[in-house]
Design a protein around this ligand. Structure first.
Ligand SMILES: [Zn+2]
Length: 438
């Protein structure tokens, strides 16, 4: 994409990176004000909505014909810390070196944000009038739970998103190369985070007296069972569509193996045969639980009567908290009590309605691309927008080179993105705005 009002999408990214929005504390205001200035220079109307002075969110609107529901594009302006990381180039300089824009947020997700800003700027300057309004929301606080960002907007300003059905967000549009094919993942759903605390009790006692079958022993049994057992396999609609579309593009022998993943009696055997790919795919096939915290005991010579075990569980879309608890019961044992510390429901049924349009845009830009739907094992701001019935697609297209590992670079040192990939994504999003007809 050429410069719009004197700036290209990759240059926008450089400027975004130069605003240090490490969260905590976030301090997104200067970055948001910079973006507001850019958008207003192209005649776009902007609104700032904030729960606190330093944590604003920005909403811009490109008016459409009113013949289709509004289309939402959203991205977060905050980034994760760079503490204790050793960087080749300074993380907040936004330098362009050897064709890459370097810095914290280049991938997650100031790169995607720069694409969205570049696309809507160009659409405004070129006086593009899509069928429905296009909204751009620039959000604070995604990396620390969205309290000041997406959650605040959804809870306090739902009127901003009236009639929105589809949204474009992060985690999708990048290539995954398997067996000589280039798949582009388009995120259609994500797992639901659920943090639990299990309370394990037993008799207290003096450290000098032998204690058997106390709380410590129960903890040991539970950890051993968590390590050995796997929760049941479930085939959900997004994963079925993902595996089917991958299988169709692969040679017959590989196609056969991949399709067997969709038969729960075979899933685990195939996953272990697939090695690292299998380990990456496993969370898409089951609710998962990991022990992450243990609290208990005060003194070396006192046997504790209570131990609290923290668990990080992730539920497949379409599953409820009770489903998870029923699956966990046999692993944890009947005598253990739970507290649910956090459960963030992703409420929306997957709606594949925009998938063909997005896939078509990718194939047009990159003829070898095979677009496939994707389920994110983690979570993003999409879970908040789902409460308003909004289906998010992770779609910030990047034509990354084959030797570039997207997942290893996110949140890590030397985060960077090819400048050409930012322009590539901005072009694809501009075409989306032009083609959006609801
Ligand atoms: Zn992100």
């Amino acid at each position: 994409m050429d410069r719009t009002n004197g700036i290209s999408p990759a240059e926008i990214l450089q400027r975004l990176i130069q605003h240090d929005t490490t969260n905590p504390p976030g301090n997104e205001r200067p970055c948001i004000e910079y973006i507001a200035g850019l958008l207003e220079s192209a005649g776009l109307e902007t609104t700032v909505l904030s729960s606190s002075e330093d944590r604003p969110n920005l909403v811009a609107r490109l008016p459409g014909l009113g013949a289709a529901p509004p289309l939402l594009m959203y991205g977060h302006a905050d980034v994760v810390t760079t503490a204790h990381q050793s960087w080749t180039h300074p993380p907040f300089a936004g330098k362009l070196i050897d064709g890459y824009v370097w810095g914290r947020g280049a991938l997650d997700m100031k790169g995607g944000l720069a694409m969205m800003i570049g696309a809507i700027l160009r659409a405004a300057v070129d006086r593009v009038t899509p069928a429905g309004d296009v909204l751009l929301a620039v959000l604070a606080d995604e990396e620390a739970g969205g309290v000041h960002g997406a959650r605040f907007l959804v809870e306090e300003h739902p009127e901003t998103f009236v009639n929105v059905r589809y949204a474009i967000g992060e985690f999708g549009g990048f290539p995954l190369r398997v067996a000589g094919r280039t798949f582009y993942l388009i995120q259609v759903g994500e797992k639901q985070p659920c943090w639990l605390e299990a309370r394990i009790t037993g008799p207290a006692g003096h450290g000098a007296r032998p204690m058997r079958d106390g709380a410590m022993a129960t903890l040991g049994h539970i950890l051993t069972r968590l390590n050995r057992r796997r929760l049941p396999v479930h085939i959900t609609p997004i994963v079925r569509a993902m595996i089917e579309s991958m299988a169709t593009a692969l040679p017959p022998a590989k196609r056969f193996v991949l399709r067997r993943l969709l038969n729960p009696t075979w899933t685990d055997r195939i996953l272990s045969r697939l090695g690292e790919t299998g380990r990456n795919l496993e969370p898409l096939f089951r609710n998962t639980v990991n022990a992450t915290l243990v609290r208990g005991g005060d003194k070396p010579n006192v046997i504790p009567s209570e131990i609290v075990l923290g668990l990080d569980a992730r539920l497949l879309p379409g599953f409820a908290l009770e489903d998870l608890l029923a699956e966990l019961r046999p692993v944890l044992g009947a005598q253990v009590e739970f507290d649910v510390r956090l459960y963030e429901e992703s409420a929306v049924e997957p709606d594949f309605g925009l998938l063909d349009l997005l896939g078509g845009l990718l194939r047009r830009a990159e003829p070898d691309a095979i677009p496939i739907p994707y389920l994110l094992p983690g979570s993003s701001d999409a879970r908040f927008f789902s409460r308003l019935g909004i289906q998010t697609y992770g779609f910030t297209p990047m034509n990354l080179p084959a030797d570039f590992n997207f997942f290893e670079t996110i949140h890590a040192a030397d985060e960077r993105i090819p400048a050409a990939a930012v322009d590539f994504g901005a072009d694809a999003l501009l075409r989306l705005i032009e083609r959006y007809a609801g």
